[in-house]
Write a protein that binds this ligand. Structure first.
Ligand SMILES: N[C@@H](CCC(=O)N[C@@H](CS)C(=O)NCC(=O)O)C(=O)O
Length: 283
């Protein structure tokens, strides 16, 4: 009995130490690196989380930026880690000696520096609509999905979707709850959040209609953001999340749109995922 108590204490303190090391590593400042010495010139170094289980990342912003780099045909190299960028978040980039965080700042910067223009031919109205939908997914749906994942369904996050120790899931859940409460959406009930998420998905589906991409025949920057977020709903929330079933079963134009994005920009889709952390994982 005495031995088993000691064993339990040792295992528990080991998990606590491991969790704190992981949390510390996530908060670590960006390292001091030089272009030419530590990485090549004219190549974006994309720092992002390690690959996700059923899509390239569990972060919509990491998929957004990597899709953007592919769409804009900008040469890049991935660095997968939990190191945070200059704004304390991931993804972030290094490019010709400059370091930048935040997906929106990164795309604006690269559009200017690399002379890419994904908005050619769009009217002012279409640009405004693109911006509005991009903000919908980045600044609103993101929080809804986070709440579903880390607050309402946190007990299902270990095993298939992550291999995080329980204490780290508890930490992420607590942090998400606090951040979402401050943001405002964290004050709603689970059923209210479910309704909001379904309404947002329906708005995306209704606007897309029969179009190939969000703003017509050609893929644009907004498609990177929408695709990154839809990947989370389709692949990276537990199966019991209602919005996942809703997207899969009731919004076929959105899933067909995602498949089009995969074929066009992710020919290596299967290689860019870990295929889950548990044997019973299903796609
Ligand atoms: N506005 C930022 C958001 C980036 C963001 O929220 N990244 C999340 C991962 S999806 C993150 O780094 N979370 C870690 C944290 O908040 O500590 C962007 O567009 O890049």
């Amino acid at each position: 009995m005495l031995i088993s108590m000691e064993l339990i204490t040792a295992v528990l303190s080991g998990s606590v130490i491991a969790a704190f090391i992981l949390i510390y590593k996530r908060q670590k400042q960006t390292p001091d690196r030089q272009c030419g010495r530590d990485y090549p010139a004219d190549t974006v170094i994309l720092h992002q989380f390690p690959r996700g289980p059923f899509a390239p990342s569990m972060s919509p912003f990491c998929i957004k930026i990597e899709t953007f780099l592919r769409m804009a045909e900008i040469p890049y190299q991935n660095v997968h880690s939990y190191t945070m960028g200059p704004k304390g978040k991931s993804p972030w980039i290094e490019y010709n000696g400059e370091t930048l965080g935040d997906s929106e700042m990164i795309t604006s910067y690269l559009v200017e520096k690399c002379g890419v223009n994904l908005s050619t031919g769009l009217t002012e109205e279409q640009r405004a609509i693109g911006r509005a939908f991009q903000t919908l997914v980045d600044e609103r749906m993101y929080w809804l999905v986070l709440l579903e994942r880390w607050v309402f369904h946190k007990s299902e996050m270990s095993g298939t979707l992550t291999k995080l120790p329980a204490i780290l899931i508890w930490h992420i859940s607590r942090k998400t709850k606090n951040m979402a409460y401050a943001q405002g959406l964290g004050r709603h009930t689970q059923s209210e959040i479910e309704t909001l998420l379904e309404k947002d998905l329906k708005a995306l589906s209704d606007y897309l209609g029969d179009n190939k991409y969000f703003l017509g025949e050609q893929p644009r920057e907004v498609d990177c953001a929408v695709f990154g977020q839809l990947c989370q709903v389709r692949y990276h929330v537990p199966n019991s999340v209602k919005a996942r079933t809703y997207l899969q079963e009731s919004l076929p134009n959105l899933t067909a749109y995602m498949d089009r994005m995969i074929v066009k920009y992710w020919p290596d889709w299967e290689e860019c995922m870990t295929n889950g952390f548990a044997k019973e994982a299903t796609k």
